[in-house]
Design a protein around this ligand. Structure first.
Ligand code: ADP
Ligand code: MG
Length: 479
């Protein structure tokens, strides 16, 4: 197997975050009743004309600038003709010869901390198709055109990715850029960010590319990795048996973990591309690009370097901080105003607000806690005004019950004092009740402390186990 090498190129379809569709005024909101958001334009009615949504141009340019590409001063929409029931016009408006974003690259961390550059061929604008819902129960297919006309940016990489892990890193990096720039919501469950993976293998050292297959519409990082690995093995096995790879489109079956043939691949010219006569070329002048450049935030790569050099945050922490630009802004604000150690700040954040967001499937923009309030909370914990074990409760109280931060802390801190007395009494009672374990402790088996800690934790909430442990030791040593 080691005499083979893998070549992968990804086509990522990224849904651009606009209120209305790319060529019509229908809403792009997800999850509405079927066909509620399909206008005459989306239905492909004769006599209707597409009108370009300007918002998509700005987003495409932002992406282009983020990946060091050349922005086309003139780009053209083309018709890609094919018959498909969920695209009633029988052509898709896309771009071929003159895409809005040309060239560019991103960097991923390769093996042994090396940096690998992956070149991007192009990124072009196009409209999405609707959805066909096949029903075996009714023996028919339903068509939902709500998604038809949703703006997409298709990002095409050069065939320079060498394995499934690199493909995932590449995809994550692009995901990070588009969500960070708020070009897309990046929601993979809803299909806002999905990819086609082109996979081929060739003999080590061979210059010519092998015949590829295209794995369509994969919408999770986990499945991209699994589907590619399955496909590499399938192709190598076929070639080793002296068989040929058929250039085709395949689908990944998530439940069985295999790829299956879907259709043999059409040649690009089957689509009879030609410039769409209904749409003018997009002309972009230098000043427009300069203005967008000025408004670009720091990109994830730059922030990553800053977090590493200034604070030595680890990769896991950095991934969380950079998963949403609002989180980055929040943490930067806290780092600026709080006296607490930077790593501690991040740990407090992850174990409270971040966990809450994930558990309750919320979005950081729904966060109800200001950076100032968060500072008050963590400083109260650091100064031992309130127990650390109350952290989640405090965040919940401020967030869900909208109680002022000071009230929440004062309430819990008085509790904290009462607890102290109560806990000491509890410890003394527990010691009295468990003489055998006390003897063990006295004979040097200090691990038995865990037994007492466990007993106390069962009886009281909101206490810090390490504080309890110290209290128990103090009392045990005094008897
Ligand atoms: P199409 O639009 O028909 O899918 P393209 O030629 O535009 O085809 O290529 C699409 C993607 O496939 C690109 O990301 C490219 O890097 C990748 N690709 C092309 N040939 C190969 C190959 N032999 N092996 C792996 N990837 C390939
Ligand atoms: Mg393709």
């Amino acid at each position: 197997m080691s005499s083979w090498e893998t070549v992968i190129g990804l086509e990522i379809h990224c849904q651009l975050l606009t209120k209305s569709k790319i060529f019509s005024s229908s809403s792009t909101a997800y999850g509405k009743e079927p066909n509620e958001q399909a206008s005459y334009v989306d239905l492909g009615m004769p006599g209707t004309l597409p009108v370009l949504n300007q918002g998509v141009i700005k987003k495409a340019v932002q992406f282009g600038l983020a990946i060091n590409s050349k922005i086309s001063k003139k780009s053209i929409f083309a018709r890609k003709n094919y018959f498909y029931p969920d695209l009633p016009k029988n052509y898709q408006i896309s771009q071929l010869d003159h895409p809005i974003v040309q060239g560019g690259y991103i960097e991923i961390s390769g093996s042994e901390n090396s940096i690998k550059k992956i070149n991007i061929t192009r990124a072009h604008l196009e409209e999405d198709a609707g959805k066909s819902i096949h029903s075996s129960e009714n023996n028919c297919t339903f068509i939902d055109l709500n998604r038809a006309g949703t703006p997409l940016l298709e990002i095409v990489s050069e065939p320079e990715i060498s394995n499934a892990k690199e493909a995932v890193l590449y995809m994550k990096k692009i995901h990070n850029i588009v969500t960070y720039l708020k070009i897309s919501d990046g929601n993979m469950q809803e299909g806002s960010f999905r990819c086609d993976a082109n996979v081929s293998v060739r003999k080590m050292g061979e210059k010519k590319l092998g015949t590829r297959t295209e794995l369509k519409n994969i919408n999770s990082f986990k499945f991209v990795e699994k589907a590619i690995n399955y496909e590499i093995e399938r192709q190598i096995n076929l070639l080793e048996e002296g068989k040929k790879i058929i250039q085709e489109t395949r689908l990944y079956d998530e439940t069985k973990g295999v790829t299956k043939s879907m259709r043999s691949k059409e040649e690009a010219n089957d689509y009879r591309y030609f410039p769409d006569p209904d749409l003018l070329p997009i002309e972009i002048d230098e000043n427009y690009i300069i203005d967008i450049k000025k408004m670009m935030p720091d990109l994830p790569d730059k922030k990553e370097k800053e977090y590493k050099t200034n604070y030595e945050f680890n990769n896991e922490q950095i991934n969380i901080l950079l998963s949403d630009i609002e989180i980055t802004k929040f943490i930067d604000q806290v780092l600026k105003i709080s006296k607490v150690n930077a790593k501690k700040i991040v740990n407090y954040f992850i174990s409270s607000i971040y966990i809450k967001i994930n558990k309750e499937n919320l979005c950081f923009s729904q966060n109800m806690i200001s950076a100032e309030d968060f500072c008050t909370v963590i400083e109260s914990i650091e100064n031992k005004i309130v127990s650390k074990s109350y952290l989640k409760k405090i965040i919940d109280d401020i967030w869900s019950n909208k109680n002022p931060v000071k009230d929440v802390i004062v309430n819990l801190s008085s509790n904290h004092e009462i607890d102290d007395e109560k806990i000491n009494t509890l410890i003394k009672i527990t010691i009295q009740e468990n003489k055998k374990q006390v003897e063990e402790y006295k004979s040097g088996k200090t691990k038995i402390i865990g037994f007492f800690v466990g007993k106390i934790l069962k009886k009281v909430d909101g206490v810090d186990p390490s504080e309890i442990k110290n209290k128990i030791i103090k009392i045990l040593d005094s008897i």
